[in-house]
Structures are given as C-alpha cells and as structure tokens.
Design a protein around this ligand. Sequence first.
Ligand code: NAD
Length: 446
Amino acid sequence: MTTRRDFLKKAFLGTTVLSLGNTFTNLNAKSYSHIIGSNDKIKIAAIGVHSRGAALATNFVKQKGCVITYVCDVDKRAAARCAAAVEKVQGSRPIEVTDFRKALDSKDVDAVIVATPDHWHALASLMAMQAGKEVYSEKPASYCPSEGEILIEAVKKYNRVYQIGTQRRSWPNVIEGIRSVQDGIIGNVYFGKAWYTNNRPSIGIGKETKVPDWLDWDLWQGPAPRRPYKDNIVHYNWHWFWHWGTGEALNNGTHMIDLLCWGMGLDFPTKVNAIGGRYYGNDDWETPDTQVINFDYNGKKSLTYEGRSCNSKTVEGNSVGVMFYGDKGSLLITGTNGYSVFDMDNKIIKEQYSQIAIDPRNLMNPAETLDAIHINNFFDAIRKGTKLHADVNIGHLSSLLMQLGNISTRVGHTLDIDPLNGHILHDEEADKYWTREYQPTFEMKL
Ligand SMILES: NC(=O)c1ccc[n+]([C@@H]2O[C@H](COP(=O)([O-])OP(=O)(O)OC[C@H]3O[C@@H](n4cnc5c(N)ncnc54)[C@H](O)[C@@H]3O)[C@@H](O)[C@H]2O)c1
C-alpha cells in the first residue's frame, strides 16, 4: 500500500505538485486519492479500549474501508475484550499489545484512535504523528494548554490528519442549528450558556494496594510523574484527580463550549472567571463537582458554563445542552441531534429533532449512528483530503477554554487573557498550570 509519506516523496519528484507548494493542504483532492487507494482499507490501532475506545473501535469497523489491526491497552483484560468484540464484526482478530509503541512501529497501522485517560491524549497523538500515523483523538485534545499548542505545531510539522472527538460537529441537526445561529435566525447573538448535569456516585477513599497483575501501572501513568497505585483510580475515576484528569469541565464541558464558540464565531476570550469545588461528599475526588465558568469577550459577548456532576436537575429540560441568546430570540441545542428556536416571547418558532435515539448519560457510546458520520469524515480526510469537521485548532480551543476555567477555579481569581493567543496575562500563579511536570522520558517534544 502507498502511504501518504511515500506518496509525498513521489509527488515531490514531479514539478506539477512542487509548483503548487509543498504543503499537504495544497494538494488537491485528486492527488489525495492516491494516498490510500480507494479499495485499500485504512489500518487502525485503537489505543485505550476499556470503554470509549472499545465503542469507537467497533464503530470504526462497522464503517466501510477500515480494519482494526491492533488493540492496545495497559489493561490486558480490556485489550482481550475489545479484540473479541472487533473480531465479531470484522472476522479477524486484531493483535493485542500492552505497549502501543509496538503498533506505532508497525507498517500495518495507518491511523490510531486515542481513547486513553486525558493525561495521555496529547503525547500519544504526538508520538503517533511522529510515526507517520493519522490521529482520531478523544477530547480533550490535551491535559494542559501547552500540550494543545504543541499538537497544533505537530499537525503542521508532520503533515497529519488529526480529528478531535467532539463528534457533535458531524451531527446533521446540530450543524443545521449552528448554521441557523450563524445565519441570524435569532439576530445578533451576544450570550451563550452551556451546561452538563449528572448524578455521579462517590469514589470513596482509595487504599494503596498491590498493582493488579492485569495492569501495567507504569505505562498507564506515562507522562504523569509516578505515584503509588490506589484502588479507586483505574478505570474512569482518574477523571476526578488533577494529576491525571481534567474534571467535568473537560470531560463534558468541552463538547458544549465547542458548540457555543462554533455558533458565535468566538475563539480566545479576554477574561475568564470561575468558581467551584468538590462540594458533594467526602472522598478522594479533587476536581469540581459543581462549577460555573464565565468567559468575557471584550465586554461585548459572553459565555457561561455550569457543571453539576452530582445533581442532575436539568436545565431547560435537558441534562446537557447549550442555549444561544440573541436580540431576536434564542436557540437551544440539546444533548441529542436537534434544536429548537424561540422568539422573544419564548414561543417555539422552529424545531428539528432526529428519530435516532441518544442517551447523553451513556458514558461509553451515546450515539453510535451519528458518531459514524464523524468517523467517516476522518476517513474522507485521509483518503480524499476532505475538510475535517473538528481539526486540531477546534480541539485546542474547546480544551483551552475549559482548562482556563479550571485554572481560574484553582487560583480563585479572574484571569486576564490575551485574545490573540489565549495566553494568561501577568499572572505567575495561574501560569504555573499552563504546562505540567513530566515523568522523565515521557515529555512532549516536537
Ligand atoms: N466523545 C465522547 O463522547 C466520549 C465519551 C466517553 C469518553 N470519552 C473520552 O475517552 C477517553 C477514555 O474514556 P473512558 O471512559 O473510556 O476511560 P477508561 O478509564 O474507562 O478507559 C481508558 C483506557 O485507556 C487505557 N490506557 C491507559 N493508559 C494507556 C496506555 N498508555 N496505552 C494504552 N491504553 C492505556 C486504560 O487501561 C483503559 O482501558 C477519555 O479521555 C474521555 O474523555 C469521550
């Protein structure tokens, strides 16, 4: 099979392509179709397959034109379960590995799915791009802001396709709702509200125990400086520890803030302030279970996010959603594939919802059929150079905004932000969170 790299090497020998410039983005769609032949299957390694990664791997193989060649997990049981699930669909069993670097070394991998815990997302994506692989990464793009900026550079440097898993970017009625906002259905939109609610149970107090024999704890920790193993971190609960996780703001807030920025055409704010904490129960959970983050855009527009991990009272009748407020009305996008438009008297003037069932509280796979559109957009970007619905800049922005919200929560004051690049201004205390301390040999190096 001809890889993009082989293709580019060949192409650069010819003057036609050179005269178009030497970047990936300058190649036309016809050129792209030579990269992976239209009959060749895209070979995929799924990295991190306990829950979301397994759902993605099986969804990927249900689509035309891909084969899962590797499943990689530091939990041997998860790898075996996912390999069996994939085998059922594709008829052949992927190779199971603990160390995903083996898959990156293989010619039988064109692209990777990254669905590890958050502290690994950016580094695994970077390593994959450096190995010449395309990347479908789960959100958030990064654990901390500096990693997102490195990813943007990496996509350019290594000429790779990078799709972030904010899959609502591909859901048809969500796209239509966003277009309606952009086309002025509710006039000038100056305020956006996002929310996420759930009834998450306590994670208890962890005990230091022997590392289970099914787990490679060292590789699970990867870029995070080493800590003793405790029995309430793996799996899933790492979300609520600052050392590995990024809290509900990046777990679910990223999806929603992304919609607000997309609809209102906003990127970096001028101020961010946030409050919140672990209010519910007494356990090891560190990140806020209750949080409000406000983003100010030069005093002209603003966004707000409310997260309640442990009280699921809905907002506007929906457990998760966004509302756009304009001078001619409001527009609601729910956690499903749909939207409602309200006039200034709160009357619904338009509604568009799909029949496809979605469970926004399903942690693993809330909307398989719709997510397939996002997956196929990734395939089309690899094969034909189709524009990605959620590229690395989009991934960085939604992650950065919520990271700034977490930073403001942790330092307890408002952050002034440079609207040109999203950096924190004149604030040593807050700037400490811009990057992280890395475990030696696991640093993010371009
Ligand atoms: N887009 C969505 O709708 C959506 C939905 C759910 C989860 N997610 C995201 O997916 C990611 C995974 O979430 P989850 O709920 O599946 O978490 P999880 O903890 O259940 O699973 C993560 C898996 O990654 C494995 N892992 C850890 N380090 C690894 C390494 N170095 N190499 C290979 N595997 C490694 C773990 O052993 C585990 O099996 C999270 O970042 C989450 O935010 C996205």
